[in-house]
Design a protein around this ligand. Sequence first.
Ligand code: 5GP
Ligand code: ZN
Length: 115
Amino acid sequence: MSEDCIFCKIIAKEIPAERLYSDERVIAFRDNAPAAPVHILIIPNKHIASMREANVEDEALLGHMQLVAQKLAIEEGIDKKGYRLVINVGDDGGQVVYHLHLHLMGGKPLRVQKY
Ligand code: 5GP
Ligand code: ZN
């Protein structure tokens, strides 16, 4: 738990969120400003600020986050048509919340981003 971290507060249920999944390692909830019809965030219960701070001890956790996303994509009915998994890292990566999170987005054809 990191003070002043909005996602730690969601984990602690101090801030409400529409939770779709939780286990001893991760929780998943709907993004409150969805960029696609399905937009879910999968986050570790452990506060890791970003991918920059992840290390080899987190290897299984990072894989678990992706498999939870895969399961949620099936539950949301978007797995057949496809979806996007994204981790924004740091300011240039567009990261706004500094608690590692995996975006699961789908439900419509997503444009290929031109940067
Ligand atoms: P980032 O840009 O850091 O990769 O993405 C942060 C995401 O968290 C954004 O898509 C934003 O809409 C979402 N978000 C920020 N604050 C909250 C919140 O309090 N509740 C929920 N459900 N999503 C949030
Ligand atoms: Zn946190």
